[in-house]
Each structure stands twice: as structure tokens, then as C-alpha cells.
Design a binder for this molecule. Sequence first.
Ligand code: SF4
Length: 264
Amino acid sequence: MFFISAIHALKKFRTGEIVEHQCFQISINLLFSPVIPTFAFTMKRQERFARTIAWFQENMPVAETELHYQSPYQLLVAVILSAQCTDKRVNMITPPFFELYPSEKELAEATPEQVFELIRSCTYPNNKSKHLVGMARMLVDEFDGVVPDDVNTLQKLPGVGRKTANVIASVVYQKPALAVDTHVFRVAARIGLTVGAKTPLETEKQLVKYLPGDLLAIAHHWLILHGRYICLARRPKCEECGLRMWCKYYLKNSAAKEEDGKSG
Ligand code: SF4
């Protein structure tokens, strides 16, 4: 429908029936019209990925972590703190934390009780303070103070699960790893990049299968940032979203609304 109408407008432009800005306006109106092109319903997954990648490359060419850090150790601390907590809160906690514990050496000397006092405004401060001290001690004792670059080795550190390990591997060491947090899980499923994934690991496997290796690192940030600012958990801002023409969630909801309209 969209293409037929757009081609029609283009023909009129060529024959001189309309001028350039009118043609452009018609195309824009069509693009933002509630009419959903039929191709969107039958699109193959590769195509959905291709369109999504192209959109992000154009609209979010730079996408990075919003956590503040100056070394692999500091990013590790920040990511451990960020579990179930906002990056904004973590960025408020880490400056005084890094003043006292700028590297794993200082943190390894601390007690969980001392660390607790600095991170008490974070979620799960009890567990996180124990994990942070345990992580620093293991870094010093077993890894000569060097944060490992391997996802499996990273997961030996206290407080480091697969998601955190993937963040470190991809952000610090530019490895082809993709961390799945709640935003990545939700946004990928809504768009239709993943199908029936029930766990973060299933989501990770499906995304890794379809995304080019050199885009895994940035794709993680694309989906996180999109989930944080547009595709919100409770009320996604679909009308502002550039992905809606092929987003399964949007297509399904629009079709349901259309049905309701007809029956009402
Ligand atoms: S159209 Fe809506 S549900 Fe789909 S990605 Fe955009 S905001 Fe999320």
C-alpha cells in the first residue's frame, strides 16, 4: 500500500502534476500514516534484522555504555553495581567509591562492611559489597590484578554472571559478545528479532546467530538505549519509534486496534 502510493506520487512528480516539496510531503505523510504495509507481516527474520540494523546505524551511529569508568576494574565494579539498579544511581555512587578504592588493590584490603557504607543507596548492598570485595581479592590473588578477557574465566569472579562477563568482554576487549539485560530481552522480542526466547541465554543465542560479529558490541547498546528511552517496559513510545513499520509488537497491536474499530 505504502509503496503503491509512494510510486503514484513519484509518477505525478515526474509528469509535473506535483512539485518536489509536494511529492516529499506526500511520501512523509504516507510513511507516518497508520496504514501498515503488508510486507511487514510476512517479513523474514533476516529482513527484520537488516532493517533494524540499518535504522540503528543511521539513527544511532554512536552507542556506548552510560556507566562512568576509567579502567577495566572500574567498569567491572560499575557493572556489578548496576544489576537491578539504574546507571544513573551507579554513576552517583562510583565517584566517592573510586576515590577510596581506585583499583582492585585498595578494594581487596577493604571489608564488606566498609564497602556497604559507600553503596548502601544501591539495590542489594549487602550482597554487592561482599561480591565487590571478593572480586577484588580474586583479581589480586589469581589474576595479577588483570581483569580477564574471557567470558568463562570472568564468570569465576564473585558477582560476575554471564551478562556482566559479556559486557566486560565486549566493551573492554572488543570481543564478539552480546550481553542480554532486561532491555535487550524485551526490545529484541518485541521487534521480532527473537522468537519465543524464554531466558536471556536463548535471547543471546538467537541474536548472535543473526547479527554480524562486528556489530554485536554496538547492538547491545542500541537495544539497551532504545529500551531505556523509547521502547519502555510499560508504555513503549511506539508513535515516536522509527522501527514500528516492521516491529511485530506494533503490527500486532495495530491490527488488534483495527479489528476492535471494525467490530465497535
Ligand atoms: S514500535 Fe513500539 S514496541 Fe516496537 S520497538 Fe518501537 S517502541 Fe518498541
